[in-house]
Design a binder for this molecule. Structure first.
Ligand code: ADP
Length: 594
């Protein structure tokens, strides 16, 4: 599994917050929309149901509406109402007729009242709760009929205690009212039907008293407080028996997109409709449980989706993180490998460099030896001369000694001394030249190196009739280096110049010019030799490149020179003089003493 212990960067944290807010908003909107749409749907269904119940109720009442009218036209009824004797047998006969009618019509009770409201005949004349002999003049339906109108009234029976709808019609005899015919319709089965159907329906009268309800508990309760005057009137006409007209525990609460009615703690959507030709109102209640259930479902689904998306996002993030860390680990491993490889390569390079340096030192040494070889003839000549002179002087000294010529002896000994000194200088220089360099750098006077190289090469210059012309910018010019190696550079350049001038006619001159420009020391070595051919310039510094055919020329001179100059952080450039001969320009960083 994955861990949630993430370190979120700021943009990612905002992304999560945005996602959660958006998710919550979507759930809330879906919840609201579902509430509205379910309420609209329920309202539609409620209206349809309401119309149906209204029609059923009216149909039920209309079914019996004709009965009082039919009774009012019956001759026996009229005779009963007009006879003074009030014959009980005749009254029973009429009651029997009424009972038959009632059976056929399936009404509740049919009865006839005289002008004063006393019941003369009734379909229930044989029952314990017979209406016969009772006076109902206080009932509004009687009062309506006696005044020539059709009466309509819902009330609880004063004797039977059974609620019913009373419909009355006046009975005429020669256009004067002699009594009233009444049918009582029992609406209890209708209530039962509603109850059986699991519906919540009730009907209120003009006082907002519930007189028909699918729930018995609601019966004869009022939706609002009844004014005292009205209450007294209700008690007087005994419409709802001894009812207290308690107020139904009813509240109105708002739900998404609608207003719900809360009755005894339960919430309903209430739809009402006036019942035609009455002061009644039919109320249809549908539980909003389905709304809340749907909403709960959608909220649960929404939360589930958001949570799944969150978990999925975290999972994807975790996977990505893993891929990234694996990739990073691989990259780190690769880097480590590369580093190791690099270290090996650096080590290799160092070793090669060391070897190269050793090889170069070897080459310098070889070059020196080659130069020594080449120079040996000239040196031998140069040394032979003083030796011959010394021999001569020595023999002269012997004769001076014999003749006691002290002055001459002294002169000869002085000459011998100066000749040996010269020879000593030559050999000392050669020793110096042949010695291996220490590789250590220190401030060195380049003018000295130029002169010493000239001095070293002097015997060769003499034999080859070469003139060395040195033009120096100042007495000492310091560069950072090693004097032996620097000397070697000039010896090599002089040697090459001498070789290049061997075959040329005219004066053989090597000209040295030094200059100091800012931080740089420049030395030009030019000769009056053959100059450099183009193909030679390209390979000039290549080791073992030579155009000379003699066995002493190894082709190492310039490559060694180049290496030394580079070691001293200098540059060398070769070109030809405009009036012939080669010209080498050397430049070194100027060493300035602090
Ligand atoms: P080597 O002197 O043994 O030939 P170098 O490396 O010193 O080797 O010189 C390489 C070549 O450069 C020489 O063979 C020669 O052809 C050319 N060269 C060097 N210096 C001069 C010069 N001053 N004038 C003409 N050619 C030169």
């Amino acid at each position: 599994m994955f861990s949630f212990a993430y370190q979120f960067s700021k943009p990612i944290l905002w992304g999560w917050i945005f996602f959660i807010v958006l998710g919550s908003l979507s759930i809330w909107l879906a919840n609201y929309w579902l509430g509205i749409s379910t309420a609209i749907e329920l309202r539609k269904i409620s209206r349809e149901r309401l119309s149906l119940y209204d029609a059923t109720l009216l149909g039920e009442l209309d079914k019996y509406r004709y009965l009082p009218f039919v009774l009012s036209g019956n001759e026996d009824v009229k005779e009963l109402l007009t006879s003074f004797r009030r014959d009980p047998f005749f009254a029973n006969k009429v009651s029997k007729y009424l009972a038959e009618m009632n059976n056929k019509a399936e009404a509740n009770v049919l009865y006839i009242m005289d002008k004063k409201g006393s019941t003369l005949a009734s379909s229930n004349w044989q029952d314990k709760t017979s209406f016969v002999g009772h006076n109902y003049s206080f009932r509004p339906y009687f009062q309506d009929a006696i005044e020539g109108r059709e009466g309509r009234f819902f009330a609880i029976g004063t004797i039977s205690g059974i609620p019913g709808f009373f419909m009355s019609h006046p009975v005429y005899e020669d256009s004067s009212i002699i009594g009233v015919a009444v049918v009582k319709v029992n609406l209890t089965p209708l209530q039962q039907q509603w109850n059986d159907g699991g519906e919540n329906v009730f009907i209120t009268d003009e006082n907002s008293v519930i007189f028909l309800a699918s729930k018995k508990d609601w019966l004869y309760k009022s939706l609002r407080r009844i004014p005292l005057e009205q209450l007294q009137k209700l008690q007087q006409i005994k419409q709802y028996g001894t009812s207290n007209f308690d107020i139904l525990d009813i509240n109105h609460v708002s739900v998404p997109g609608d207003l719900a009615t809360e009755i005894e703690g339960r919430r309903y959507l209430e739809t009402t409709q006036e019942i035609a030709n009455t002061n009644w109102k039919i109320h249809y209640l549908v539980s909003i449980n389905s709304i809340t259930e749907n909403q709960r479902t959608i909220v649960a689904i929404g939360i589930g989706v958001v949570v799944i998306l969150l978990v999925l996002a975290l999972f994807i993030r975790e996977r990505r993180q893993k891929v990234i860390s694996t990739r990073r680990a691989l990259e780190a491993e690769k880097m480590e490998d590369m580093n190791r490889q690099l270290e090996i390569e650096i080590e290799e390079r160092r070793r090669t460099e060391k070897e190269l340096r050793a090889a170069q030192d070897g080459l310098v040494q070889a070059g020196k030896l080659a130069a020594l070889g080449q120079m040996s003839a000239a040196i031998a000549y140069e040394i032979n001369q003083p030796i011959a002179a010394i021999q001569n002087d020595v023999s002269n000294c012997v004769s001076y000694l014999k003749n006691q010529n002290d002055q001459q002896l002294n002169n000869s000994l002085n000459e011998i001394s100066s000749l040996t000194e010269k020879m000593g200088m030559i050999t000392a220089q050669l020793k110096n030249f042949a010695r291996k360099s220490s590789m250590k750098t220190r401030p060195v006077d380049i003018v000295k190196a130029i002169n010493r190289a000239g001095y070293l090469m002097q015997p060769v210059f003499n034999t080859q009739a070469v003139r060395l012309e040195i033009n120096i910018a100042s007495k000492t010019i310091l560069v950072s280096g090693d004097e032996i190696r620097l000397e070697q550079v000039f010896v090599n350049l002089y040697r090459n110049a001498i070789d290049a001038m061997k075959t040329t006619q005219g004066e053989k001159v090597i000209t040295i010019n030094t200059s100091v420009t800012g931080q740089q020391v420049n030395v030009t070595v030019s000769d009056t030799g053959t100059g450099l051919e183009e193909h030679v310039v390209k390979k000039l510094y290549d080791p073992f490149f030579t155009t000379k055919l003699n066995s002493e020329s190894l082709g190492l001179g310039l490559s060694i020179t180049y290496g030394i100059i580079k070691d001293l952080k200098g540059e060398i450039q070769a070109s030809n003089n405009p009036d012939g001969g080669a010209c080498f320009v050397l430049s070194f960083p100027h060493y300035i003493e602090k």
